[in-house]
Design a protein around this ligand. Sequence first.
Ligand code: ADP
Ligand code: MG
Length: 529
Amino acid sequence: MAEETILESTERTSGRDALRKNVQAAIALSGAVKSTLGPKGLDKLLVDDEGRNLVTNDGVTVLESAKVEHPAARMIINASSVQDRVARDGTTSTVIFCSEMLRNAWELVRQGVHPATIARGFAQANNEAIKIIDSIGITASKEQIIEAVKTSLSGKLNSKIIEHIAMMAITSAESIFDDRRADPTRVKIIQQNGGSALDSQLIAGLAIAKNKIHSEMPDRFGPGKILLIDGGIERRKPNLDAKLKITSTGMLDQFRESESKTLRKQIDNIIEIGCDILVLNEGVDEEVRQILADTGILAYRRVERSDLELLASSCGAKIVRNVGHATKEDLGDFKYTREELRGGVNYWILGAENGGATLIVRGSTTEILDEIQRCFDDALGVACQLLEKPILLPGAGATQVALARKMRRFAEGVPGREQLAIEAWADGLESIPRTLAANAGYDPIDSLLVLTASQTKHGDNMGLDLISGKPSCVIERGVLEPATITRQAISGATDAAISILRIDDVLWAQIDAEVPDEVQERLSGMGSE
Ligand code: ADP
Ligand code: MG
């Protein structure tokens, strides 16, 4: 009964029909991002509910902003989001590869191969490919790391800005790398309106757009101790109506005096534990500011919680709630502190052992600022990964073509129908070089044939040259990508495709699903493809 009630408001598609529809959705989805792939990919202008514009060349940004409700399409978008989180790059490739694999799987299903067999074949292909990927990686030199970070930005910005952003990404990644891990969240990004993207600059240490709370405070010294307070030092306001019954003329003064004493006690505690810089999340009383200045303590107030947390991890300090209860153990260490004007804004800059870095992004419009920030984020993610694991693979379709060739040979040795699935998987991988060529205006089929032939003759490092249209050695050209990105894109796409192949029942809640126009058009046009 319960089940019936649930099913009443749903629509059901099952079996082959469910798979067909899911494959259509996947193809529609990849159709929406295909044109952004590679250095010759085009930008998309996205407009949200409130009419705000977003110009991007980033596949995952396109997909996350679109309100796609189709469950299979959502599974692929999720794979792409995971790719973005784990590898920072390769998001469009994930979607294209996944949908192409599914398209080929559908052809096999039509020929009578069971989806479960295909899923098994895909898993086998993926395992074998990962083994190959792990064995062919190139250990990167410093120059190659720079090339790889630039490759991750290619097509997104003009070459001068790419160079600038790539260098800042590498410098900041190096500053947070402890020989084992480089955590990109330790680099702070501030957007500052005005100027051009080329004026964006990197500051060593943590920069916060704040002024010290009293002009007589010292602002350039170090090393020293820092105290972080998630609160303020403020006088309680006497609530005259409700709480204080004034019986004698001196009472209000007495109240004020006792408040002063409490504040004084809190400050005495800070002085006693040896604090040089005091940072507070809330406000500071006028009287206290003067006392702090007199005792030579530098203080900043109304500092955001996120900045307090960055300060805490940079300096090894604990964030405490109450100034009066702070102890020596709560203090952190800093190396230097100073204030500096950058592009007309005053920044407090703090250097510490794990001080990280701050990027000030400049640009004339919000759209530009956002896109530059996204690009820097990606470049930083790639740089961090490469410091942790400096293994590269050839880009420009070279690795996909080489893997496809190897997988076809591998398939020959597989006796069951899985052999067909492995071949379909290999064909799917070639969608990447095909799309790269098509986006640059070349014939996808011819380009792939020429590239495959050229790899057979000159080896696996031959990739597409999208300017001349002829294959060339990508190692020489410096089109290199972190192995982690290619690896994650391949296995993430395969996992999503397998999950979709295993679905044979889709229950639709009968609500009006909003499908973006572009996807909708492709869905309706699918019958003719
Ligand atoms: P993704 O979201 O998958 O990273 P991109 O639009 O960043 O999509 O395109 C990445 C693809 O472009 C990779 O296959 C990469 O090898 C290729 N690529 C990048 N630079 C070049 C280049 N200069 N020549 C040819 N291909 C390139
Ligand atoms: Mg990319």
